[in-house]
Design a protein around this ligand. Structure first.
Ligand SMILES: NC(=O)C1=CN([C@@H]2O[C@H](COP(=O)(O)OP(=O)(O)OC[C@H]3O[C@@H](n4cnc5c(N)ncnc54)[C@H](O)[C@@H]3O)[C@@H](O)[C@H]2O)C=CC1
Ligand SMILES: NCC(=O)COP(=O)(O)O
Length: 328
């Protein structure tokens, strides 16, 4: 399909005080011949030297791409300062995400690629009830559970529990939650990544995967049994594996995705291996959503040094998934 004929990917602006506007503009410059896209946000938040083409309709995005970053304007009411979130802009950030979802679900955009939000700024500024995009998109979709996966060339990881305090992980982690996470992940890898029978590694919760009950009991109580039961059902599973030894190169070659028990168990290995090229993709939604793996980077916002590579990978992945051509 030609660039002009393909539906564009919608980019939500994310936190305007962060690096989101800068990496979106840099991604446009890198992808203008490859990926039709448009940015939803306030054009005054973009770096001053970015050529902007204001559009009224996503259908105008592809034709605008050679001339500048296509922008579907969404005006914010309060001033924006790089590196300092303005609470008065929090609701605008949330509204732009919802607008992007509407455009994808109404068939005007092919996928949503979200620039990073500052979770605390949204909570403090607008009482945002969700700890992240994943949970918000799940609520907007109203179609069951959404699962976070981070993917790069070297590794894919899924945190079973996501944005919760470490002390709450053991109670939140249940057989039903883990089983559902494995099912959604397997289906997502089949449908969106072209892996017919994904090889799935399941991490333990405790050091050394509990070492037979010597260092924790969740593995012997139920995780090992769940892995056995789902293997009998036909899933290609291994585990529970000690998390400290399942991410080295030889171990990684043995599976397509690692199901982890909590946020940092999953995200530390992938961000250490591939911070610049990791992509956050939400599985289980009735539409495509990707995002860079990093956050708002307030410490470098406005300085022009932000690396757009992860954003570029996220946009490429979204576009190829929408075209049905994304294969690992
Ligand atoms: N998808 C999303 O909306 C995400 C949002 N966040 C949010 O971002 C905020 C800040 O989180 P942090 O933990 O500080 O992580 P961060 O990723 O924003 O920054 C961590 C470090 O990496 C650097 N960095 C990040 N992205 C970079 C890029 N593209 N180019 C060059 N350097 C880069 C930063 O300058 C900083 O030194 C938090 O509110 C967090 O919740 C974090 C991850 C994803
Ligand atoms: N650490 C990953 C992260 O916070 C991204 O979460 P989400 O906003 O994509 O749900």
């Amino acid at each position: 399909m030609t660039l002009a004929a393909a539906l564009p990917v919608a980019i939500s602006c994310g936190e305007p005080a962060g690096i989101g506007p800068e990496i979106a503009a840099k991604a446009w410059a890198a992808l203008r011949g490859d990926v039709p896209l448009f940015w939803i946000g306030d054009p005054t938040h973009l770096p001053a030297d970015v050529p902007v083409v204001t559009i009224e309709d996503p259908a105008q995005a592809a034709a605008a791409m050679p001339r500048g970053l296509p922008v579907l304007p969404h005006r914010f009411s309060a001033p924006n300062t790089a590196g300092i979130a303005n609470p008065a802009n929090a609701q605008g950030v949330i509204d732009v995400i919802a607008r992007g979802v509407d455009l994808v679900r109404s068939g005007q955009a092919s996928a949503l690629c979200t620039a990073p939000i500052h979770k605390k700024a949204l909570k403090d500024g607008a009482g945002f009830a969700y700890p992240g995009h994943t949970e918000y998109l799940q609520a907007l979709a109203g179609a069951g559970r959404a699962v976070m996966m981070l993917a790069s060339e070297q590794l894919r990881v899924v945190p079973t529990t996501i944005h919760i305090a470490l002390k709450d992980v053991p109670q939140t982690l249940t057989p039903a939650l883990l089983s559902e996470t494995i099912r959604i992940t397997a289906e997502g890898l089949r449908a969106q990544f072209g892996i017919a029978r994904p090889r799935i590694a399941v991490a333990g919760l405790n050091p050394h995967a509990g070492e037979g009950g010597a260092m924790g009991h969740e593995e012997t109580d139920w995780i090992a049994q769940l892995v056995d039961d789902m293997t009998t059902e036909g899933f290609d599973l291994r585990g529970p594996l000690p998390a400290d030894t399942m991410f080295h190169a030889t171990a990684r070659a043995g599976y397509d995705v690692a199901i982890c028990m909590y946020h940092d168990q999953a995200l530390i290995p992938i961000k250490t291996l591939d911070f610049d090229r990791g992509v956050n993709v939400t599985l289980g939604l009735p539409f495509i959503r990707t995002s860079p793996d990093h956050g708002t980077a307030f410490d470098i916002a406005g300085t022009g040094v932000a690396n757009p590579s992860s954003m570029i990978e996220a946009l490429r992945m979204a576009h190829r998934m929408a075209q049905g051509t994304y294969r690992t």
